[in-house]
Design a protein around this ligand. Structure first.
Ligand code: NI
Length: 391
């Protein structure tokens, strides 16, 4: 596999960095030591500028090559998850209840590896902004950096992201065009009834009975109202009501998630969820309070940048190892906010160690260090092909 030679030479350093980060995980917006580690490495490498504290704990490094005015961004996430590690590896987390179970230790390391390569070789014409973001796991660190002026201070014309993919063999890449990951929203429906003796339900208004109808009714929004060729998921994940076997409770609460790929589908499901829940509740004389909270938008790869990214991956592993038409997934990713603001794309990089590789967010997951030089080579080829030197 044509890993860039110069990068292969320091793959041991990459592994050391990755394992150091793995041993010392920090949760979203607490990446103080991680950010300091990133900034220190960037300075050692002779990156032109290092900016800290963007979007709270985010870091941006700037590397220039030639005299070109074009600018691109490369992004990695730095945060860990609140999981107790169960891998048993020598470099396991030293922090109880915190773990790099999504491979963001690997992502951070690969972008540092790219910084080193780019600072040493400068074989490109333009400016590369290396964006190390906090809090990808549910706390919208990408949005925090954007709100803190990321694009005003570093006005990139394109931005690229990468995520390790443990169900894909190491040495393969996959890049969607268009939607790659779903929007992720949460809802909470509080059904307000009237409690009474369970032997005399006619004297009250039963929120458990109505809640059960709502659980069923909501599924019709997906199965009967959504184009079957479009994709949406609505899951009721919690149903809390009552305490006793002989009391009809006052209230019931339903909580769940909605996943969609298209804005119009998302808007419609949000509206219909309220109408269906309220309509069913009212038809039995009860009332429902609906709270709908929008989380991450869909992660949508721009066609041209998806092609450019897949082309760069093919330069590293060969065209036959790049899947240009993978199926999108219903998980969510906050790089979506950056792709809403700037054209770009998000690639999946295979890291499978075998057929039973633990999945992302598993207590048994560990980033596969074999993939580190491949990810760095991807970044190197992407920069050199997007910002080519004249002649
Ligand atoms: Ni992740």
């Amino acid at each position: 596999m044509p890993i860039v030679n110069r990068i292969a030479e320091y793959s041991d350093t990459l592994t050391t960095w990755r394992r150091h980060l793995h041993s010392n995980p920090e949760l979203g917006y607490e990446e103080v030591e991680t950010a300091a580690f990133v900034a220190a490495r960037l300075r050692e490498m002779g990156v032109d500028e290092v900016h800290e504290g963007i979007g709270r704990t985010g870091v941006v490094g700037v590397v220039r090559g030639g005299s070109g005015s074009r600018r691109i961004g490369l992004r990695a996430d730095m945060d860990a998850l609140p999981i107790q590690e169960a891998t048993g590896v020598a470099h396991a987390s030293t922090r109880p209840g915190k773990m790099h179970a999504c491979g963001h230790d690997g992502h951070t390391t690969m972008l540092l590896g790219a910084a080193r390569y780019l600072a040493e070789t400068r074989n490109f014409d333009g400016t590369v902004c290396l964006v190390f973001q906090p809090a990808e796991e549910g706390r919208a660190g990408a949005r925090a950096m954007l709100e803190d002026g990321l694009l005003e201070r570093f006005p990139v014309e394109e931005i690229y992201g990468l995520h390790n993919w443990p169900s894909l063999p190491v040495g393969e890449f996959a890049m969607c065009t268009g939607p790659a990951m779903a929007a992720s929203d949460e809802f909470r429906i509080t059904i307000k009834g009237r409690g009474c003796h369970a032997a005399m339900p006619n004297l009250g208004l039963d929120p458990v009975f109505v809640g059960a109808q709502i659980v069923l009714g909501l599924q019709g929004i997906v199965s009967r109202e959504t184009d079957p060729v479009d994709n949406a998921v609505l899951s009721v994940t919690r149903f809390h009501a009552g305490q006793a076997f002989n009391v009809v409770p006052e209230t019931a609460e339903l909580v769940g998630t909605v996943r969609t790929f298209k804005t119009e589908t998302r808007d419609r499901i949000e509206r219909r969820l309220g109408e269906v829940a309220q309509g069913i509740a009212r038809s039995f004389g009860l009332d429902a309070d609906i709270a709908y909270r929008r989380g991450y938008p869909p992660t949508v790869n721009h066609a041209r940048e998806a092609e450019m990214g897949a082309d760069a991956a093919a330069l590293v592993v060969g065209e036959e190892r790049v899947d240009r038409t993978p199926r999108p997934v219903m998980g969510a990713e906050d790089f979506a906010f950056m792709l809403e603001a700037v054209p770009g794309s998000y690639i999946w990089m295979g890291t499978a160690t075998g057929p039973d590789s633990p999945p992302l967010h598993s207590a048994h997951y560990d980033f596969n260090d074999e993939a580190l030089p491949l990810g760095v080579s991807y970044w190197a080829k992407l920069v050199e092909s997007r910002l080519p030197r004249a002649g």
